[in-house]
Ligand binder design. Sequence first.
Ligand code: 5GP
Ligand code: ZN
Length: 139
Amino acid sequence: MDNCIFCKIIKGDIPSTKIYEDDHVLAFLDISQVTKGHTLVIPKRHIKDLYEMDEDTASHLFRVVPKITRAIMDAMGAKGLNVAINNREVAGQTVFHSHIHLIPRYSDQDGFTIRFTNNMDQYSQDDLITIGQQIQNHI
Ligand code: 5GP
Ligand code: ZN
């Protein structure tokens, strides 16, 4: 896609620090380096987000994640690694060509935070059954 920054990186029109490339996938360092070694893994097909993604693209994309995770952690000496995918603006997506963030972790104060709030006091067991059925109905 013409005005997509990641398509331009794939074509080589914009420089990037490449980590891995095959026929379907490119991995390169994120320019913001939230932590040292922060990497993006992207499909070469322009697909906006997970909602739009077909199974073949997903299997090519996710297949390479474990080996790139190991490479980053071993090379950087990371103690852990977060995987993040922001889908759509409300979830923090700013580049609308789908991508997986691999964010190596060195300590709990290394620049990346993720916090899950436990809201279980707002749901009954019946609510969970209803929610589960609603989602199942769409699969
Ligand atoms: P999002 O917020 O959409 O999940 O993440 C987009 C990411 O793309 C950001 O972390 C941002 O730093 C990165 N990014 C944006 N433009 C460029 C670029 O031109 N080169 C590289 N390497 N990363 C970019
Ligand atoms: Zn694109």
